[in-house]
Write a protein that binds this ligand. Structure first.
Ligand code: SF4
Ligand code: SF4
Length: 250
């Protein structure tokens, strides 16, 4: 017992100061890419050819769909002009799918839910997580938010077992055919008004599974989405930032 107490005292306070302070991210963290279309050579499409998810288009100007991006950085490594570079910008969540289309330096981060909905939610947001396929990495990053490091509960956000106790869904995975009905039923079981959050490239666009006949290219065609959190998987701080923006806490 004494040993346990000593160890606990030595551990000290482990919860990060975010959002009061910026998060400490490792040097190799890949955040939002910076595009410099002016650097592109005429006719070059090396990046688009290298992209495994067709997230890049070059005709009509370099554009990157963050909703499809796996953050693999293949595009940056093959670009002969350095027109694509990954930055440490972890803030990626948006309220609309179209806002994930990156063409230059501007990016519309997620706005808060309407005042009336935030008033109804009060200081808590209960979410039912639905794993609708995928590789489990997004779920792992979501789970990390419940650890002492992120302590999601301090913001009033908690995951609940029953959709009937939830204010909304947090969906990961591309929505496999096997999960489509279960997802619908879970959504229907959440009392209105409700929010839907799509986390990860799979839930937004199908990710690496895009266009496979056994899945639905993400939750968008299945349910209305209120928050998009891109990444493969997104860093926990990216997910947390999106949730806090949705609740008007950032
Ligand atoms: S980082 Fe994104 S845009 Fe670049 S090649 Fe990978 S998936 Fe495609
Ligand atoms: S978005 Fe990437 S990390 Fe998340 S479930 Fe899909 S493949 Fe896995």
């Amino acid at each position: 017992m004494l040993k346990t107490l000593r160890a606990r005292l030595q551990q000290g306070h482990r919860t990060i100061a975010f959002p009061a302070a910026e998060p400490e991210l490792v040097d190799r963290f890949r955040g939002r890419p910076a595009l410099v279309p002016a650097k592109c050579r005429d006719g070059c499409r090396e990046c688009a050819a290298a992209c495994p998810t067709q997230a890049l288009t070059v005709a009509g100007g370099l554009q990157l769909d963050l909703g499809r991006c796996l953050f693999c950085a293949e595009c940056a490594s093959v670009c002969p002009e350095g027109a694509i570079q990954f930055t440490g910008e972890y803030r990626l969540a948006t309220r609309t799918r179209v806002a994930l289309q990156l063409a230059g330096p501007t990016f519309d981060l997620a706005q808060a839910l309407g005042e009336e909905l935030r008033r109804l939610l009060g200081r808590s947001l209960k979410l039912r997580q639905v794993s609708a396929g995928g590789c489990n990495a997004c779920e792992a990053e979501v789970n990390v938010l419940n650890t002492v490091v992120f302590d999601l509960g301090r913001f009033g956000v908690q995951f609940v077992a029953s959709p009937r106790h939830a204010d909304g869904l947090l969906i990961t995975g591309p929505v496999t055919e096997n999960m489509r009905l279960a997802l619908h039923k879970t959504y229907e079981a959440v009392p209105a008004p409700k929010v839907v959050i799509a986390v990860g490239a799979c839930a937004i666009s199908g990710g690496p599974f895009r266009d496979h006949p056994e899945q639905h290219n993400g939750a968008e065609g299945v349910l209305p989405i209120d928050l998009y959190v891109p990444g493969c998987p997104p860093h926990p701080v990216t997910i947390l930032d999106g949730l806090l923006r949705l609740l008007g806490q950032r």
